[in-house]
Design a protein around this ligand. Structure first.
Ligand code: TMP
Length: 210
């Protein structure tokens, strides 16, 4: 028995949290066991790594360190959470997965895609999402939403607009290259319109054999 693996992606302020809950509730109502998780994080070790990655610091982190920590947390996540859940027949819903590394460390930081690909092959060992929902919106709109949250910004949220433009463009080109796996959702629409789109996509996924 094997379940399905869904991730959600997008720049900050794209409304991922609201939609994550909607997807989890939708699948649960359809009788699926859903494991909701996140990256970086999802395991005890991964959550510690997340703290290191998100904590602002006066000493900048080397780009390679950031990249390797993302994959270290992911290796743990795959072994401890994702694969066991899928093998039980559960569905896994992750707030971000490997597309985020291509977008942030590749697009945002400018690390060569081939290097990320090599680490992905090593770490993922074929474990990839069945569907990834990419919540896309203009960077300025996302940043406005982040400003309204009035909570302390993490190390990524402190980045400049140009960084998020590169992240967004990378996400969009990945969606264009892999339209069957990465579903583009216009996150500037109302919550209701977005949830209608999600419902359609989830119905299709429920019908698709494993
Ligand atoms: P979030 O869970 O609130 O979206 O925060 C996670 C942050 O980590 C977000 O800014 C994106 C960033 N990130 C990467 O840079 N690379 C990755 O591979 C992942 C999973 C997240």
């Amino acid at each position: 028995m094997t379940g399905k693996f869904i991730s959600i992606e997008g720049i900050e302020g794209a409304g991922k949290s609201t939609q994550l809950q909607f997807i989890a509730d939708f699948l649960t109502a359809r009788g699926k066991q859903v494991v909701v998780t996140r990256e970086p994080g999802g395991t005890e070790l991964g959550e510690k790594v997340r703290e290191v990655l998100l904590q602002p610091s006066e000493h900048p982190m080397a780009q390679d360190t950031e990249l390797l920590l993302m994959f270290a947390a992911r290796a743990e996540h795959i072994q401890q959470i994702i694969l066991p859940a899928l093998n039980r027949g559960d569905w896994v819903l992750s707030d971000r997965f490997v597309d985020a590394t291509f977008a942030y460390q590749g697009g945002g930081r400018g690390i060569d895609e081939q290097r990320i690909q090599a680490l992905a092959e090593w770490t993922l060992q074929g474990c990839q999402t069945d569907v990834t929902f990419l919540f896309d919106l203009p960077v300025a709109l996302g940043q406005k939403r982040v400003e309204q949250r009035q909570q302390q910004k993490d190390r990524f949220e402190l980045e400049k607009q140009a960084f998020f433009e590169r992240v967004r463009n990378c996400y969009l080109s990945r969606a264009q290259a892999e339209p069957n796996r990465i579903k583009l959702i216009d996150a500037s629409h109302s919550v209701e319109v977005i949830q209608q789109q999600l419902t359609q996509q989830l119905e299709l996924l429920l019908e698709t054999p494993v």
